[in-house]
Write a protein that binds this ligand. Sequence first.
Ligand SMILES: C[S@@+](CC[C@H](N)C(=O)[O-])C[C@H]1O[C@@H](n2cnc3c(N)ncnc32)[C@H](O)[C@@H]1O
Length: 282
Amino acid sequence: MVVTTSRQATPEQERLARELAARLGLEFRQRRGAWRQLGASAALVVTRERLVIQSPAGEIFFHPGMARPRIRQLERGKPDVMVEAMDLGPKDSVLDCTLGLGADAIVASYVVGEAGRVVGLETVPVLAELVRRGFREHDPGHAGTRAAMRRIEVVTADFRDYLAQLPAGSFDVVYFDPMFRDPVMESASMRPWRELACHRPLSPEDIALARRVARRRVVVKERACSPVFEELGLSTVTGGRRSRVAYGAVPGLGTVSACRAGSEAGRASEHGAPGSREGARS
Ligand SMILES: C[S@@+](CC[C@H](N)C(=O)[O-])C[C@H]1O[C@@H](n2cnc3c(N)ncnc32)[C@H](O)[C@@H]1O
């Protein structure tokens, strides 16, 4: 992959393209003609409006995807299956280990609000950069969604390395949405992403790493009825009745600090959940 600009670029576009190339350890190539004439397998293109990855499979640019309609549903008081699987509420902290295009992280950030925290990890540097910039600059035309996007912290990292160096109990929820073994549907728009993304499957060791870091629970999204839930020891599986995806959860093992425990108990009673919130679900 190389970094370039769109045709007839401004000096500012070229400056940004050179800066990104240096940061990502990629070569900058001056744009002349179509991107395919650059002689590279793919190109990160700085256009006037946004970053675009061009590849033979198609193009990728940041967009909030399903986050906007999901947030609209939440505003109407309708449930969101992921939010329910996480038992998420205001002030919570979420570590999204597989950020992707970030739709799930945006919904989580909207729910946890200003007093909460969402950190998103993406192991493919060019994808992380695309989404980091999208969160910062894209205008979704909705104040709550915009604020939710701006608050997310994007980290370029493999979740295994990142989880291993975190203190126990660092986040309320640790979340995984890995690339499915069998994609639900091979939409043309997702094909370029699938080609660049990391496909390594989750292992029981990954879940153990995540449980140490999670105070409340670890949540994994997978195809509905996937054997992965059982293989990873995720007992509590939730999903819409007609949904093609489901969420498996397992309690976190991280300890809740005294101060945090107070606010957790307060929130649990706000939700009307009796006793242990984990127990109430499983
Ligand atoms: C299915 S996508 C996530 C989609 C995301 N939940 C959303 O709402 O857009 C999975 C993403 O996780 C990334 N990924 C896979 N393994 C990873 C790892 N070990 N560490 C960090 N990111 C990883 C992939 O590169 C891919 O971009």
